[in-house]
Write a protein that binds this ligand. Sequence first.
Ligand SMILES: N[C@@H](CCC(=O)N[C@@H](CS)C(=O)NCC(=O)O)C(=O)O
Length: 209
Amino acid sequence: MSVELIGYRYSVYRWIARVVLEEKGVAFAHVEVDPFAGVPDWYLGLHPFGRVPVLRHGGYTLYETAAIARYVDAAFAGESLVPLEARAAGRMQQVIGIVDSYGYRPMVRQVFAHAVFRPRTGAAGEAGEISAGLEASAGVLAALEGLAGDGWLVGGRVSLADLHLGPMMAYFVAAPQGAAMLSGYPKLSAWWRRMRVRPAMVASDPGLP
Ligand SMILES: N[C@@H](CCC(=O)N[C@@H](CS)C(=O)NCC(=O)O)C(=O)O
């Protein structure tokens, strides 16, 4: 059964799905759909909210990145990316929830988009978006610093929490202001030094436009 990941090359959520596929050693085909350019009708049949990514595996179709990550982890061989122990599993889900609910918008849509992506693609970045994003991101980094373990974010092994935050952090620190802010959080900084060179992170990196 073949695996297909449908999404936009620079989407941070597509990167999260991709890094999980890389960790599990799953080969997949990429289908490009750019939601910012307007999605085709056939895609809305797969994802009624028009976001990316969508995963297809045989006749099974799944959207929502955290669900895709859980599915890929459970469906394919290799070391599990979900801790067995109840409290660690709860913590992992908490980190993923924080990243999705409070991190994505300020770290990616405000700081990265306006300080890095837009300028690199010929559009103007708005200073107000960057400063509002930095202000909100500080609260997110502080919360994650308080929850982070000494090695990986949760427990002694890499988990879906690390793989969810990794691509978001990569985009955030691509902005010099984001990198400067991260340096004020020692546990997260140490985690990022470990995370950014992980082979699955490197292999899944879409690069910058
Ligand atoms: N809750 C969704 C969020 C996915 C998402 O927001 N993806 C962004 C790209 S990184 C998107 O499709 N944005 C299009 C838009 O905002 O219109 C998930 O977890 O997959």
